[in-house]
Design a binder for this molecule. Structure first.
Ligand code: TNX
Length: 477
């Protein structure tokens, strides 16, 4: 078995090898697949230095085609490697993108040898939601960092990038109708780090970049708590907060929008209206977590008023598990993170669920007590095995399996200020979570995963990722 992550559902070795050579060409069956052909060629060019021209036609040793095979679903693919050539086939371009990611992993990380063991792979994901969240509010990360994260996560077949765009410490998206949100509210970050925000054209560029990597961008504006940066930018929004100063600390739960003021709903409609226009994807994440300064009945009122606003914009709301306290629209998606009681209340209402259990997929929790970065409020540490050895279908007993859309790993960034910090907390735990999302749980074995992961050390290194060398993994030198 080659060292693929996530492990494909079916891998059959065949006799012989395919040799990538300076003469190898990429062909695509129809012109629509040209950009995928280019993506494949570009990644192999970097690895091999070979020219790898891309043409529309049949004759190339690397051939991409759409096929009819309904059992593969919207994201599945077939990848067949023979001594004469390699065929990548899928019912949809998404599947071809994943076939390309698998093929990249079949090649060694170094440029030679460029030999691939012949094989047949048939593969498709277990869960349709395989997300990663980055908190760009506590610390701000620029466009280059986000595109790099998209490439890395998509390489492990994650398909959602959730951006936590606002919090007490900063507001990160320019809103035309409320310009001070980004200009003033975006000027701060945790621990006095520099702030920043995305312009609307930048945000759209990011959406398109994510799309080209088959990732759905899910934006989050966290409300009614976690809103200090918005409130000091526009004090008329204030129900409660700490002070009039920019906030750079790490406490949570002290801010709340004014639930009974008309202006709050004008704000919501305009901010979410602009966000909906900029976001082609179907979801807007409205936060809803840790609103400790919003009295419970008001919290309920707020969520119940917010849902129809999102719906009227043609979008589906997603909220953290606390929204389970309110009466939910059937389509509202709920994200479980810590409190099984709140999450179960959402599960009992029958709503779709995303699983982000803090003890498994909180990538801001320390690997072990000696780690400089990260938090430990979960009163447990998360080494790679903890992120790997769990089943999204049984983690919340009240949830029915058909309610569970999938999983999402989260990086809150109170303690992570740089790209290297982020790399260190995300990798290699994201590799483990990616496999939990993709590979059927009955096929997953920790002892097998840790060996496969060890081969990804040199790959991650070649990509400049400063990952954590967990002692659980027999890393290759
Ligand atoms: C809880 S998880 C939070 C975040 C913090 C995180 C730190 C969630 C929905 N809220 O505000 O950053 O813990 O681990």
């Amino acid at each position: 078995m080659p060292n693929l992550i996530p492990q494909p559902t079916q891998y059959i070795p065949l006799p012989g090898v395919f040799n990538l050579s300076p003469e190898t060409a990429v062909t695509v069956a129809v012109a629509d697949l040209q950009s995928l052909g280019e993506l494949l060629a570009a990644s192999l060019r970097t690895a091999t230095g070979f020219p790898l021209p891309v043409r529309v036609g049949e004759s190339g040793a690397l051939h991409l085609a759409l096929i009819s095979d309904p059992d593969l679903g919207p994201e599945g693919y077939r990848l067949e490697v023979y001594p004469e050539g390699i065929s990548l086939q899928a019912p949809h371009p998404t599947g071809l993108f994943y076939a390309i990611q698998t093929l990249r992993q079949l090649l060694p990380p170094e440029s030679s040898p460029t030999i691939i063991q012949a094989c047949q792979i048939r593969d498709q994901p277990t869960f349709r939601w395989r997300g990663v969240m980055l908190d760009v509010a506590r610390h701000f990360f620029g466009m280059a960092d986000l595109k790099r994260l998209i490439d890395l996560a998509a390489g492990y077949k994650c398909n959602v990038l959730h951006l936590h765009l606002s919090d007490d410490q900063g507001w990160r998206l320019a809103i035309n109708a409320w310009p001070r949100l980004a200009e003033y509210g975006g000027s701060s970050a945790s621990n006095g780090a520099p702030g920043g925000f995305y312009t609307q054209p930048e945000y759209q560029e990011l959406v398109a970049y994510a799309q080209s990597r088959q990732m759905l961008l899910v934006p989050e504006i966290d409300m009614p708590g976690h809103t200090h940066a918005a409130i000091i930018s526009y004090p008329e929004l204030k129900g409660t907060t700490k002070s009039d100063e920019l906030y750079t600390g790490a406490e949570v739960g002290f801010s709340s929008l004014a639930i009974h003021e008309k202006i709050t709903y004008k704000f919501l409609a305009e901010v979410l209206g602009e966000l909906a226009t900029l976001t082609p994807g179907p979801y807007l994440h409205i936060g809803g977590d840790e609103a400790h300064s919003t009295p419970e009945p008001e919290y309920k009122t707020f969520i119940e008023r917010l849902q129809p606003i999102v719906r009227s914009l043609g979008k589906t709301p997603i909220g953290w598990e606390e929204v389970g306290k309110a009466d939910l629209d059937p389509a509202t998606v709920v994200q479980y993170w810590w409190n099984a009681d709140f999450a179960s209340r959402a599960a009992a209402q029958g709503n779709p669920l995303i699983m982000s259990p803090a003890r498994k997929v909180y990538l801001d929790i320390k690997y072990d007590p000696t780690i400089r970065l990260g938090q430990d409020w979960t009163q447990s540490y998360i080494d790679v095995r903890d992120s790997y050895d769990w089943d999204p279908l049984t983690i919340l007993p009240e949830a029915k399996s058909d309610q569970i859309l999938g999983i999402e790993a989260l990086l809150w960034t109170e303690t992570t200020a740089t790209r290297d910090d982020v790399d260190f907390m995300i990798f290699p735990r994201l590799c483990a979570v990616a496999e939990v999302g993709w590979t059927p749980s009955g096929q997953r074995r920790w002892n097998d995963f840790r060996i496969r992961l060890s081969a990804h050390g040199p790959r991650l290194e070649a990509l400049g990722v400063k990952f954590y060398r967990s002692p659980q993994i027999p890393w290759q030198a």
